[in-house]
Design a protein around this ligand. Sequence first.
Ligand code: GLA
Length: 384
Amino acid sequence: MSDLDALRREFRQRFGAEPRVFRAPGRVNLIGGHVDYNDGWVLPLAINRDCFVLAGPRGDGLLRVRSREFGETVEAALPSKPSAEHHWSHYIFGVAWALGEADVPVVGADLLIASDVPTGGGLSSSAALEVSVGLALSSLAGTRLDATALARACQRAENEFVGMRCGIMDQLAACYGRRDHALLIDCRTLAVHPVPLDSTRVRVIVANTMTRHALAASEYNRRRRECEEAVRRISAARPGVTALRDVTWEQIEALAASWPDPIRRRARHVTTEIARVRAAAEALERGEYETLGRLMLEAHHSLDEDYQVSSAELNLMVELAGELPGVLGSRMTGGGFGGSTVHLVRAAAEDFFAPELARRYEARTGIRPEITDCLPADGANEIT
Ligand code: GLA
């Protein structure tokens, strides 16, 4: 964890004032890949890796942001539109903009940002950044946004300001995380139901393949369009269907037989994945971790073969994990095209599993993966 005293000192030296301190966690999704934007259910947990934002108000309406990670300071008036070129500060200015759109009277601020959530590793460092900044800026404005409104504003920032059409899972997980629990989230109603996850029995391990394909963002947006296309085709035959959540694969299989191959596969993944999440949540409620693990592996194959968002490295990591004792299930997690896999491992096997998986992956690829033991953590808050 970042040393908060050192961060406070740095803020005082840099900005000459005493900061308030906010945090929001990263997340890992156990199951429910690419279903959040189809109104489905997902089963993520917030994890014990945080993005910290130290914040103080400014009188002149400027937003001045220092990122520890990028070693850079950026400053702009509020609200401002991003330049075309991608930059980390867009997440921050985007959140300030989206809060303004939600009628939060955002004031100028000095922000110091330091994150333990690895970037680009599928642990949603971006949602952790958005939510911690959103909490900081709304708190400085004296507005208490409820967690769902905060998550929505952060998703809007990413959709409309950054240009990534992400669903709402990551932001909700960062807001609603609960220690020792995973979260069953209904992405239509946005209801969040915490389900206990017993870390004395099983551990959630994330393995970063350390690969990331340039296509990730454009392919993500393409998958969304393909799902929309499937819904258009279904709703012509079944009025009232507004999302893939509204149908099962059995209901649409015959109809889909004549569709273009990618559209049929996308619909099959999403509808079967939603069914898997429901079964996985029930298994988790009952502490049936073997069943959860089996469903995770099925989900991986569906993401690979039907949704086509996996990669050679992700598949290799899942395959290698499957050879190790004590692993109950593995799948790719996050948007895909590189990034990370998530593994459900018996607690007693963890000490062997993590280094052995790293060793075998490195032996095969020459790349040293980053392995993170994730404990379910609380959602965003101010640290007082
Ligand atoms: C990314 C997005 C999420 C979700 C996942 C895939 O992490 O930000 O909204 O769609 O991909 O499940």
